[in-house]
Design a protein around this ligand. Structure first.
Ligand SMILES: *Cc1c(COP(=O)(O)O)cnc(C)c1O
Length: 396
C-alpha cells in the first residue's frame, strides 16, 4: 500500500535519538530548548514552547489567551477535531466558520458575515483558529484586519504548514496572529514522533505557555509570591498539565528540521507534477493562491461526483489497488459528539459540498518515481471509469 503520508527517517535522525539515550537527560535537558530555539529562528518568531503534541499546544494556547467559560472560539469545520476540541477543554463554546471551496480554508467573507451578526447579538468570539489546510496559509492579512475591528485573538493551527510561506514570510512568524501551533506527528511535514510547538512574539504569552505545559509551576524567585524556602523551592501558581516534550522527541525533531526545506521542496515538485497531469485530465486540486508557498502536507483533489457513493467507491477502489486514498476532513460538526452539541449542517453549505467532492491521494518526500506514476495512472483511470458510470446511471 502506498500511504497518503509517511515520515522520512535518516541515519542522522536515528543517531540523534541514540545519543540522547546515552546522555544524562531523557527529559528536561538541553535538546528541548535547542529545538525550540531552532524553530523560533526558522520561523522568525521570538518565542517557541515545545509540547508533547499539537493538541496540547492548542489547549494551552487557548488558556494562555485567557479563554474560559462563557467565551467562544470559532474555527474551520474542515479540520482535524483537535482544532475544535481545544476550546471545549477550556469550558468555552465552539462554533465554525464556513470554508472557501477553492482553497478549503476558512472563508474571510463568511467570517465577516458571521462577525457582523455576532456583533449585533453580543456574542463575538474571543479567539478565532484559522487552520492552514494541506499546508496553505489562510488569508491571514484579512483575518487579522477583522481581529482588530472585532477584537478577537488569533491562534493559527499550522499543524500542516511548517515550512510554508505566506507573503514571503515563514508561517509561524506570527505577523498576523497571537500564537501559531505546529504538529510533529509522523504524517506531518517533520516529525518528533509525537510532538508540537506553540510560537509567539509576546513574552507574557510565552511565559504562560511554559508554565501551563508543566503543571503551572514556576521556579524563578523573581516571580514568586513569597520568599523562597530554600534551594528545593518551587511554586505552583495556576493549574497546568504535564504537556512537556522529552529529549528523545526534541532530538528527533531537531534533526528532522535540517531537512525541512528539502522535504517541502520535494513535496512541491511532486505536487506540481500532479497538478500538470490532473489538470490535463480535467481534475482539479485545491487552489494554491499567489501569496502562498504551500508545504503540501496533503494533496487533495476536488472532483465532480454525481453522488457520494461514487466518491466512496473511488477511495475504496484506490485502496484495493494499493493506494491509500483518504478524505480530509469529515466536517467536525458531523461527528456524533458535535452533533449532540446541536450543530446544523445546513449552516455550512460549502463544508458539506467540499466533503462530497474531495479525495486525498499520496504525497510525501519518500514517494518513488514509480509510485508517483502509479498514483497518477490509477487515479486517472478510476476517475474515468467512475465518471462514465456516472453518466450511464441516473444519480439519486
Ligand atoms: C494533526 C493535527 C492536529 C493535532 O496534532 P497532534 O500533534 O497529533 O496533536 C491538530 N490540528 C490539525 C489541523 C492537525 O492536522
Amino acid at each position: 500500500m502506498i500511504p497518503y503520508g509517511k515520515q522520512s527517517i535518516s541515519q542522522q535522525d536515528i543517531d540523534a535519538v541514540i545519543d540522547v539515550l546515552k546522555s544524562d537527560w531523557l527529559t528536561q535537558g538541553p535538546k528541548v530548548p535547542a529545538f525550540e530555539q531552532a524553530i523560533a529562528q526558522y520561523c522568525k518568531v521570538k518565542f517557541a514552547s515545545a509540547t508533547n503534541s499539537a493538541t496540547s499546544a492548542l489547549h494551552i494556547a487557548c488558556l494562555a489567551l485567557g479563554l474560559g467559560e462563557g467565551d467562544t472560539v470559532w474555527t474551520s469545520p474542515i479540520s482535524f477535531v483537535a482544532s475544535a476540541n481545544c476550546a471545549l477543554y477550556c469550558g468555552a463554546t465552539i462554533d465554525f466558520v464556513d470554508i472557501d471551496l477553492a482553497t478549503g480554508n476558512m472563508s474571510v467573507v463568511e467570517l465577516e458575515k458571521k462577525l457582523i451578526i455576532a456583533d449585533q447579538s453580543n456574542c463575538l468570539p474571543k479567539v478565532v483558529i484559522p487552520v492552514h489546510l494541506a499546508g496553505q496559509s489562510c488569508d491571514m492579512q484579512s483575518i487579522h484586519k477583522l481581529a482588530l475591528e472585532y477584537n478577537f485573538k488569533i491562534i493559527e493551527d499550522a499543524s500542516h504548514a511548517i515550512g510554508a510561506k505566506y507573503l514571503n514570510k515563514p508561517v509561524g512568524c506570527c505577523q498576523f496572529s497571537d500564537i501559531t501551533v505546529f504538529s510533529f506527528h509522523p504524517v506531518k511535514i517533520i516529525t518528533s514522533a509525537e510532538g508540537g510547538m506553540a510560537v509567539t512574539n509576546n513574552q507574557e504569552i510565552a511565559k504562560r505557555l511554559r508554565r501551563l505545559r508543566s503543571h503551572g509551576i514556576i521556579s524563578d524567585p523573581a516571580e514568586m509570591t513569597e520568599q523562597s524556602h530554600g534551594p528545593w523551592y518551587y511554586q505552583q501558581i495556576e493549574l497546568g498539565f504535564n504537556y512537556r516534550m522529552t529529549e528523545l522527541h526534541a532530538a528527533l525533531g531537531l534533526s528532522q528540521l535540517n531537512r525541512l526545506d528539502s522535504f517541502v521542496k520535494t513535496r512541491n515538485i511532486i505536487a506540481k507534477q500532479f497538478d500538470k497531469f490532473f489538470t490535463e485530465q480535467n481534475m482539479q486540486s485545491l487552489l494554491v493562491t499567489e501569496d502562498c508557498y504551500s508545504s503540501y502536507h496533503l494533496y487533495i483533489l476536488r472532483l465532480e461526483f454525481s453522488n457520494q457513493a461514487l466518491q466512496a467507491m473511488m477511495i475504496k477502489q484506490l485502496r484495493a489497488q494499493g493506494i491509500q486514498a483518504h478524505l480530509h476532513y469529515i466536517p467536525i460538526f458531523l461527528q456524533p459528539f458535535y452533533k449532540q452539541l446541536g450543530f446544523d449542517k445546513s449552516a455550512f453549505p460549502n463544508a458539506m459540498k467540499y466533503y462530497s467532492k474531495v479525495v486525498t491521494i499520496p504525497l510525501h518526500p519518500t514517494l518513488t518515481a514509480q509510485e508517483i506514476s502509479t498514483v497518477k495512472n490509477t487515479v486517472k483511470s478510476l476517475y474515468q471509469q467512475l465518471s462514465s458510470a456516472n453518466k450511464s446511471t441516473p444519480s439519486q
